[in-house]
Design a protein around this ligand. Structure first.
Ligand SMILES: [Zn+2]
Length: 384
């Protein structure tokens, strides 16, 4: 095992923040792996999972190269506000730390327009149309690396926003891997997974042992998993359009949600670690017997994963728990708002019910009982 540290920010006080990186060299030709945790500062369950992974890999050398980054965002981890951690957004500019990765494929370049930080797919196809699949994959990987080099040069020349700088450093490592797991948590939640629909179709995602799965489409919103697999989706789609060649996507990337923010549960982390190990055995990156997944999976598309927003501001008492199945009309929460009371006979007016608009499964509840009107308070998978 090799350990290195990437310096990412000198604080005003002069202290330096660094990202520790642990690298295990594979002993064979096997898929390479990149696993990171804690890009959102309050989401630390994955840090414990990384602890178990490091311990396992130190004793059981892998077949493929494996890189583990247990705390990807030290500034986000340090950003305390009272007892809470303001870790999802950069407090200096409000940006979500998981929306700063780089889309290396141009979607809408006009004719003749060039951006050295993005691959022009039509140009790439024109230059590589007669090549074999393996040459195309290797040349496309070279192009992705070239674009990242250009971003790095640009950041060096003009300076970079902290989130952009950190994401660039992380993407450079993730980009080299065949398998990318970005470990997160939601607010008050249970395990769930964001997975590209192709890995649902080929059942690979099931080996991660997570029951609730939200598929993601070919749309770049700035997250690490998208930055890793969407360029390949784009390449596959472009080749389908322009020639008969069917490019198989060599990269598998997931955002893995490991429960609730601000929590670190060792027993749960050990189970989550065992599931990741089983998936890596299934993919051949490490040795060992694979357990067949046995869960009954609950899968929905992004438009079936609904955010619910508060119809009133006030104090919320949740009547459901993450993982609970609910029916249309079930009470999800009570909201207490004393401004609704103007008559001693109607004290009960202070308590309003929020009802579920559909049948579904509660996945996530906002981790606070203090809610303004129009704030998100729950996320529910629709089950009709
Ligand atoms: Zn997160």
């Amino acid at each position: 095992m090799k350990k290195k540290s990437i310096p990412v920010r000198q604080m005003a006080s002069g202290d330096s923040l660094e990202i520790p990186v642990f690298e295990f060299e594979g002993s064979g030709e096997a898929p390479s792996v990149y696993i990171q945790a804690n890009i959102h500062g309050a989401e630390v369950q994955g840090n414990l999972v990384c602890y178990f992974l490091l311990d396992y890999l130190a004793k059981n050398p892998p077949l493929g190269n494996i890189t583990i980054v247990p705390k990807a965002n030290p500034y986000g981890l340090n950003a305390k506000l009272g007892e809470y951690t303001f870790g999802r957004f950069d407090p200096t500019n409000g940006k979500n730390y998981n929306r700063n990765y780089f889309n290396l494929v141009a979607q809408n370049l006009l004719d003749g327009q060039e951006n050295p930080q993005q691959i022009n797919l039509s140009e790439f196809i024109k230059n590589n149309n007669d090549c074999t699949q393996s040459t195309i994959v290797s040349r496309f990987q070279d192009e992705l690396n070239r674009c990242l080099d250009e971003i790095g040069k640009n950041q060096k020349k003009f300076g970079a926003d902290y989130g952009d700088f950190v994401c660039f450093q992380l993407q450079k490592m993730a980009q080299k891997a065949d398998i990318v797991l970005d470990l997160h948590t939601a607010s008050n939640s249970l395990n769930h997974l964001y997975a590209p629909d192709i890995s649902i179709a080929n059942m690979n995602a099931n080996y991660l042992g997570i029951e609730n799965i939200i598929t993601i489409q070919n749309e770049f919103l700035g997250a690490l998993d998208e930055a890793c697999f969407i360029p390949w989706y784009g390449l596959q789609k472009a080749f389908r359009k322009h020639s008969q060649l069917e490019i198989s996507i060599p990269v598998e990337a997931y955002t893995v949600e490991l429960g609730s923010q601000e929590r670190a549960d060792e027993a749960m982390a050990f189970e989550q670690f065992e599931n990741i190990i089983n998936y890596l055995k299934f993919r051949g990156s490490i040795k060992g017997e694979v357990k067949k997944p046995s869960l009954k999976y609950n899968i929905c598309r992004p438009d079936g994963y609904k955010r619910l927003f508060a119809p009133y501001g006030g104090i919320v008492s949740y009547k459901v728990k993450p993982g609970q199945d609910i029916k249309k009309g079930d009470v999800i929460a009570h909201v207490f708002q004393f401004d609704f009371v103007d008559n001693p006979k109607n004290i009960s007016e202070a308590k309003k019910e929020i009802l579920s608009p559909f049948n579904g499964r509660v996945i996530n509840l906002t981790d606070s009982s203090i809610i303004h009107e129009h704030m998100e308070f729950a996320r529910v998978m629709i089950k009709e």
